[in-house]
Design a protein around this ligand. Structure first.
Ligand code: AKB
Length: 349
């Protein structure tokens, strides 16, 4: 029985799946998984699941009283496209929910007199490049450039990065009995688009990448909502999980900052379509541009500079664009949809 415990919020989401699978296999931590939705059948045996919201303070108080966490991976949130449909609700979940988590983590650490490591997935949505021309000229964006997000989600991500820095170093600056040592060790990655073979994202604006892959594997036609030349950086899910684990395990003394860019490959929508067609030559991919979603991705960097993640904590992509398809995405999606159609056949017989 593992003696250490990890809390994963938004556990049923894409990164949550990857992290639960990692910790379940690794066996080092008891996993407490929190999500507003029921947990996926494939994860039930791997974690202790609590259904509930990051806005429910009484529930969070209970969870932090009951368990003693070494790590908090706070993944719950509303993505960029979903956020623009209901910006104030997105603000509530993304900002108030994150503040709740930071605060209960701080209180638990204070009670235990032990620092808790808090991992927060930020996003390239924290950037906002004013024009397409500037995006093309800008090349690889470093962590300090173009921090003018145009979505509620991006503004929320950037703000919570600042809140993490504040909770770690400055919380209650004028309190007479303020603790002078950090109670929270806040670490964050600005994720690019993520493509997973195991899950399909909902409500993101980089979703056209994974949607093309999953539609083709299911023999469905796909209408892409951004222009063919739209370029974003991407990683695949195993790399995203590796990165979070690696950053969580890094010695604090190695870290020169709290928020890091990472990327694996930077490709256009038409390059993704071309790679998909190598494996599924019959795939039907067309383009029907949604001007608002296009505006969002046009404001995000075409590439990011991840030098700091590489030198501070050894980030290194596992795949190139081609090998991500050949060695991870294609074998896994082919297996996944073959299995699901097999299951359907068995159920109907
Ligand atoms: C989204 O599209 O909203 C996310 C992201 C880039 O953070 N995938």
């Amino acid at each position: 029985m593992p003696s250490k415990t990890v809390l994963i919020t938004g556990a049923n989401g894409e990164i949550g799946h990857g992290l639960i699978n990692f910790f379940a296999q690794d066996g080092s931590h008891k996993i407490i998984a929190l999500d507003i939705h029921d947990i996926d059948d494939t994860l039930t045996d791997k974690c202790s699941f609590i259904k509930g919201s990051v806005l429910d303070e009484a529930l969070l108080e209970h969870i932090f009283e009951k368990y003693s966490f070494e790590y908090v991976f706070h993944l719950a949130g509303i993505l960029s496209t979903g956020g623009e449909k209901n910006p104030l609700f997105a603000h509530q979940v993304n900002v108030t929910g994150s503040l709740n988590l930071l605060n209960f983590t701080r209180l638990a650490a204070k009670k235990r007199e032990e620092k808790i490591t808090f991992l927060f997935p930020s996003s390239i949505a924290a950037y906002g490049i004013p024009t397409l021309e500037q995006k093309k000229k800008a090349g690889k964006i470093s962590e300090e450039q173009y921090l003018f997000p145009i979505t509620m989600y991006g503004c929320n991500k950037l703000y919570i990065e600042h809140m993490g820095r504040y909770f770690e170093a400055f919380y209650g600056l004028l309190e007479p009995h303020r603790d002078t040592y950090p109670l929270i060790d806040f670490r964050s990655i600005r994720f690019p688009g993520i493509i997973s073979a195991e899950t399909i994202p909902t409500g993101g604006t980089s979703d056209y990448g994974p949607e093309m892959v999953h539609s083709a594997a299911q023999g469905k036609s796909y209408s892409c909502f951004v222009r063919q030349d739209t370029t974003l950086p991407f990683v695949v899910m195993p790399e995203a999980v590796d990165a979070l684990i690696k950053l969580s395990e890094a010695k604090k003394s190695q870290l020169t900052r709290q928020v890091y860019n990472i990327t694996s490959f930077s490709v256009s929508a038409s390059q993704i379509a071309g790679e998909v067609k190598k494996y599924f030559p019959q795939a039907s991919i067309s383009y029907s541009i949604d001007p608002n979603r296009q505006k969002i991705v046009d404001s995000w960097p075409g590439d990011v500079d991840d030098t700091k993640a590489r030198s501070d904590w050894g980030w290194k992509p596992r795949y190139s664009f081609e090998s991500a398809f050949a060695e991870y995405l294609m074998p896994a999606v082919i297996e996944r949809y073959r299995c699901s159609s097999l299951k359907k056949c068995q159920n109907s017989s």
